[in-house]
Unconditional design. Structure first.
Length: 186
């Protein structure tokens, strides 16, 4: 695997840095090709790093932000008022190509809306989908898209999810779809 930089919204989730910072330190210990940019309240992040006894390295960067998008905030409000939040800064690091990925356990609606606005979608895709790798009995992984982010979908949406899954498989797994009958995507 090549080197990868992840921008982590350290303030996201119910417990913020008390969970995200130890998780980032653990990930760094397991994956030598990983670099993490922790985005959030720098004093809170540093407190957690000190409690863990973590010695700073070039693979961990802290980027301060003054604000957090709350879990109760509407995505439309977040879009208009997110400029200096930890989530927005983490997404902007991906947009500027200073990070390869953004991870946040914060407000999912705001994350999807901001990502769609800042990072754009593939041509022909109308809505984003959450994706994760699930372990299988054989030890391999299977990838699942649209993990509950969309309450209802139609045939076009399902087709678009298939296109996104295909792009993921091709780019990250080195596999081409076995067959494709679309005049638009193959």
């Amino acid at each position: 695997m090549h080197n990868i930089t992840v921008a982590l919204d350290a303030m996201g989730g119910d417990f913020g840095p008390s969970v995200t910072v130890p998780a980032a330190v653990q990930a760094l210990s397991l994956f030598p090709e990983l670099k993490v940019v922790l985005v959030g309240d720098e004093p809170s992040i540093n407190t957690q790093l000190n409690q863990l006894g973590y010695q700073r390295s070039a693979r961990l960067e802290v980027m301060h932000s003054d604000r957090v998008i709350s879990n109760s905030e509407k995505p439309s409000f977040a879009l208009r008022n997110s400029h200096d939040t930890s989530m927005r800064i983490a997404i902007d690091l991906v947009e500027s190509e200073n990070a390869d990925a953004c991870v946040s356990s914060g407000n999912t609606g705001a994350l999807m809306a901001l990502s769609r606005f800042r990072l754009k979608l593939l041509p022909g895709i109308d809505r984003p989908a959450l994706v994760t790798a699930l372990p299988t009995v054989s030890g391999n992984k299977t990838w699942m898209l649209d993990l509950g982010a969309n309450a209802s979908v139609d045939a076009d949406s399902l087709f678009q999810f298939a296109v996104m899954g295909s792009a993921l498989a091709e780019q990250h797994l080195g596999r081409k779809p076995k067959s494709c009958h679309s005049k638009y995507w193959c």
